[in-house]
Design a binder for this molecule. Structure first.
Ligand code: MF3
Ligand code: CO
Length: 250
């Protein structure tokens, strides 16, 4: 195995910690759980792991977690509302470990999948991994974007949210380049070896992916009222495709 730059080694360690915290938080989701419960669990986990929250205070964001329930898209605030059987919940979290940010999001169904959201969630996950597969040295950001759009909008009648995109990540939470989930192959910046990216596919289960921002300036909902799903990992650009720094191939 070739030598990884120190930054990538540290982000891999941070990514492992974040992945463990994510599993822990997700395993606590069931009927009756609230966003505040998850926020508390995350706060406890980061203090145990001696890492910092990446989102709280970021441009004034008031919480650790971004949680989207049903038609809530991104930057949803945790609340005291109890999750109901069949709700679809997206949990987005980030930490700072030894000076480096890592960022990750997953979407799950609460209790039984009575609304049959799982195929939608699987499609968004597949789109994410198609994008990651394109993250090879010398490829372009547009190659990643086109691969995920083809799955969400070509293979399925869903829509990729346009306003929120993946991003470079590492020394800061949001860095260049933008890494959209939609776009044209062979366009955009060329990917460099060991470049670290947050690949986030945010989709609505409707051909129209329009979103509206609520009066708090953060929370967003789908315009159609249809549900949202997110799949996000931090990766680095490898010789023959992206390599995961959070999550796993499962
Ligand atoms: N993963 C999301 C993003 O990269 C979460 C950011 S939330 C914020 O946009 F509060 F930090 F902005
Ligand atoms: Co992100």
């Amino acid at each position: 195995m070739r030598q990884l730059p120190e930054k990538v080694v540290l982000m891999k360690e941070g990514g492992r910690i974040l992945t463990t915290i994510m599993s822990h938080v997700l395993s606590n989701i069931s009927v009756g759980t609230t966003g505040f419960d998850l926020e508390k669990i995350f706060a406890h986990q980061i203090s145990q792991a001696k890492v910092h929250s990446a989102f709280q205070g970021y441009e004034g964001y008031p919480y650790h977690l971004c949680i989207g329930v049903n038609d809530m898209v991104v930057h949803g605030f945790p609340s005291d509302k109890k999750y109901q059987n069949g709700d679809i919940v997206s949990v987005d979290m980030g930490i700072i470990y030894k000076g480096y940010y890592v960022d990750m999001a997953r979407t799950v169904v609460v209790g039984e999948d009575i609304h049959q959201y799982q195929p939608f969630i699987e499609a968004v996950k597949k789109a994410h991994f198609a994008s990651v597969a394109q993250a090879a040295v010398g490829a372009k950001v547009g190659d990643m974007a086109a691969a995920s759009q083809q799955i969400v909008e070509g293979e399925h009648p869903y829509g990729v949210v346009r306003e929120m995109v993946g991003h470079g990540v590492g020394e800061r939470l949001h860095m260049l380049p933008d890494v959209p989930g939609y776009g044209k192959a062979h366009s955009g910046p060329v990917l460099k070896e060991f470049q670290t990216l947050a690949v986030e596919i945010i989709a609505i289960r409707h051909k129209n992916p329009a979103i509206k921002t609520l009066s708090d300036g953060w929370q967003t909902k789908s315009v159609t009222g249809e549900v949202c799903a997110i799949y996000e990992n931090t990766i680095f650009v490898g010789k023959s495709g992206g390599e995961l720094l959070t999550g796993s191939r499962e």
